[in-house]
Design a protein around this ligand. Structure first.
Ligand SMILES: NC(=O)c1ccc[n+]([C@@H]2O[C@H](COP(=O)([O-])OP(=O)(O)OC[C@H]3O[C@@H](n4cnc5c(N)ncnc54)[C@H](O)[C@@H]3O)[C@@H](O)[C@H]2O)c1
Length: 382
């Protein structure tokens, strides 16, 4: 298949590009280095410096013999998107190209506006470029479980049947996000749903939970192929942050009571999920929503696991509850359905002690590069 990966330099985009190219697909990765720029701007650089996208693709080709095409450009620029879609004519587009940090989006007006403009314009352009240049192309869009918030009822897989005064209908499950970033994902879903209803676009919207890990079959072939791994308060996801804190010998920073529960998944499972969505496409005129995670954990449970494994490895891990910089429920009901991807064939890689130990060992190799100034929260919701 011809697969366009938008955000192909990112934490998830780069491993996806390698994984699909390794399987023989014709892959084109587009990125404008927005995340690298924002990381520099906020002193939040990744743990392991990674070569730029062209160089990574060159290293990947030298190691595997497989090619990844690279386009450096802005998905929020419709001229570029028209050219890329017009020339490449993808069968599927995997859209990761967004500003993905909740804290960044909450820093102030400039960062909020940049997040809103970037994310909505990129998604809008993808939809129009598909309609104009590749109408059969399946849009695989990365959403987030954070779109749903933490309602006091079960979270369904995208849709909910509502009965009212003896009549019933199916609607998008109510969304109530906890940051401006997450709100842009809600707006993306609404945009996609509008064009699915009116223009028959085919879309899979993957409501993904926080991802952890840095090892994939291709990344393990050469250290220079590792994904960009963030452990800071702005771009680091919680598991990656805790693992790095354990290795650095600083306390794991639990925000508030630590009862915040979410669905998590291993980086290798993100690769499986997008491939399963791609090989089992949505129908024309269908917005298929799949909840993409494999296990539910509270923040306290994650900290406890990292501590248990880290202590056995002699790391002497400490856990510290700090004032929560976010506005969120710290204890709440959480039961989210996630059967769709399992039915498509997902074989989860669970967060076993061995998996935690493997990630810690990997990070220990880069212990000297951890900058502990990047760990404590620098952004507050109010
Ligand atoms: N990592 C997670 O735990 C997680 C969880 C849920 C959802 N997601 C979603 O998955 C997607 C990828 O996340 P990630 O963790 O890989 O983030 P990332 O920041 O590492 O990757 C996103 C990539 O997109 C690029 N990009 C952003 N805007 C662009 C634009 N206008 N034009 C071209 N390139 C652009 C960035 O430079 C970056 O390389 C995001 O949409 C994010 O919201 C991620």
């Amino acid at each position: 298949m011809r697969i366009l990966i938008l955000g192909g330099d990112g934490y998830l985009g780069w491993p996806t590009a390698m994984s699909l190219a390794a399987k023989g697909h014709d892959v084109c990765a587009v990125d404008n280095y927005l995340r690298r720029e924002m990381a520099l701007e906020t002193n939040s650089e990744a743990l392991i410096p990674s070569p730029n996208l062209d160089d990574r693709a060159g290293i990947f080709e030298a190691v595997t013999g497989k090619k990844i095409r690279v386009v450096i450009g802005d998905c929020a620029d419709y001229t570029l998107m028209s050219r890329v879609f017009g020339e490449f004519k993808p069968n599927a587009v995997i859209h990761y190209a967004e500003q993905p940090s909740a804290p960044y989006s909450m820093m102030g007006f400039t960062e909020a506006r940049k997040t809103l403009n970037n994310n909505l314009n990129a998604t809008f352009n993808v939809i129009w470029a598909v309609m104009k240049f590749a109408p059969d192309c399946h849009i695989i869009k990365l959403g987030t479980m954070g779109e749903y918030g933490t309602p006091n009822i079960d979270i369904e897989e995208g849709w909910i049947e509502i009965e009212r005064n003896g009549r019933s209908d199916k609607f998008l499950y109510p969304r109530q996000a906890g940051s401006l970033y997450h709100t842009t994902k809600v707006l993306d879903t609404d945009l996609l749903w509008f064009y699915v209803r009116t223009h028959g676009v085919r879309v899979t919207d993957l409501m993904q939970g926080p991802v952890y890990g840095l090892s994939t079959p291709q990344a393990d072939m050469d250290e220079r192929l590792l994904p960009n791994f963030h452990y800071d308060d702005i771009f680091g996801t919680v598991v990656n942050r805790f693992l790095t804190q354990a290795v650095a010998g600083v306390p794991l920073t639990v925000y508030g009571k630590g009862g915040q529960t979410r669905g998590y998944l291993n980086l290798n499972d993100t690769l499986q999920c997008v491939e399963l969505a791609m090989t089992n496409p949505a129908q024309a005129g269908q917005l298929r929503i799949l909840n993409q995670f494999t296990e539910l954990f509270s923040v306290n449970e994650i900290a406890g696991r990292v501590k248990a494994v880290g202590d056995r490895m002699g790391l002497n891990v400490r856990i510290e509850s700090i004032q929560n910089p976010r506005k969120e429920k710290e204890e709440h009901y959480y039961n989210a359905k996630h059967s769709g991807l399992l039915e498509l064939g997902l074989k989860p890689n669970y967060m076993t002690d061995d998996v935690v130990a493997g990630m810690l060992e990997r990070i220990i190799k880069y212990r000297g590069m951890i900058d502990t100034k990047k760990i404590m929260p620098r952004v507050r919701w109010s």
